[in-house]
Design a protein around this ligand. Sequence first.
Ligand code: SF4
Length: 462
Amino acid sequence: MSNNAASFIAKSTIKAADLEHRRKINFNIGKYNATVPLGKMQFADVNTARERAKNAKWRAIENLDQYLENFEKVISNRGAKVLWAENAQQALDEIGKICKEKNCKTLVKSKSMVTEEIHLNKYLEQQGIESIETDLGEYIQQLDGEAPYHIVTPAMHKNKEDVARLFADKLGVPGGLNPEELTLVAREKLRDKYVQAEVGVTGANFIIADIGGIAVTENEGNARLSCAFPKTHIVVVGIEKMIPSLNDLALFWPLLSTFGTGQKVTVYNSIVTGPRQSNETDGPEEMYVILLDNGRTNLLANPVTREALYCIRCGACLNACPVYKNIGGHAYETTYSGPIGSVITPHLSGMAEYKHLSYASSLCGNCTQVCAVKINLHELLLENRHEAVVEGDSSLGERIAWKIWKASGLNRKMMNMSNGRMKNWMVNKIFTAWTAHRSDLDFSAKTFNEMWLEKNKENQAS
Ligand code: SF4
């Protein structure tokens, strides 16, 4: 078992028994579950909308090379610089170079999972640059020294009392502030940073091929300020965020907000198509777009797993997953958690190190049922398991066990030898992993074959 797998099991075992954690998560997911149906009412037929979104993403991913080149051509014509990063280190090196050139001491950053993926904050800290998270949830997590807990709601595991305690502890404000007061504290602290910052970093929810732009969706206005206030704007975005046309946003914006938070449409939706032009008064002097691969082409190379690149990071599959709801986002120890995280992480970060995530599923299919773009998530988890076996990533013990299972499964005499008593002994006394958290199993005394033969005999006699 890899170290990552052992750590995952240890952390998830503790979290699954943490009833206070479960109460907070159930409370927040309960609120989400109550709002989503209201958001869905805006669609005449939400299933058709999801189907159409899936088709649009299919087109984008099948023609990704052409769309990326078109995006680069059009946005470059308006003065943006497009940089291609094969991996996290290349992206960090490019950001480091730009920050050095701009003599950057302070950088403001909006919520972006891809910058979590490349560990940008840690890198900037090493370079002596202060990086400020400007999304409230991310700001809370940064103050607490924790990674985001959820891809949409980074501080979902904290209640308002936790946040009030954290602010009092880290910012020296009075304890017991209410959510409005806490928001005002964060706003006051952050406003100055926008003015000081030499560089602003954002992610992008969508890359728009035809107009050469990026679209950013948010609720607080902080991403808009992060990209417009500082003189330099850097966008870091995974190549899979492509959509073919501006017109597609009419579908993707409401879909993302409904499946993400239950809103009809998110409060701020910005499209950025380059730095400030000569006839414009606002915006950054320079804009860079870093297009990140970092393992995404591994998913693209396999026609089956390619579907995972359709993801619009709405987080619906996390909220629906019985595993996520019990162990929470941090037990995964990966940037992307929940069902989509378990599907893509082994391809982004290594099958041998992360294949265990594909097994952390009951395969109930709830994730597939709620996915905004109808990704067959539970089947992709099975595909990962298949790939892991084909690549030889399964342990020797597991391979031997399956060989014995196959040999006995193909042999009627051996199957009948494994009667109820034998199975009870094997499961309850020898392979005790099942009974470690459950009561003993009690198999039928006779095998299926024995019962079948008896039934046939009875039928013939009658
Ligand atoms: S896989 Fe589907 S449900 Fe999960 S985050 Fe992506 S789009 Fe949303």
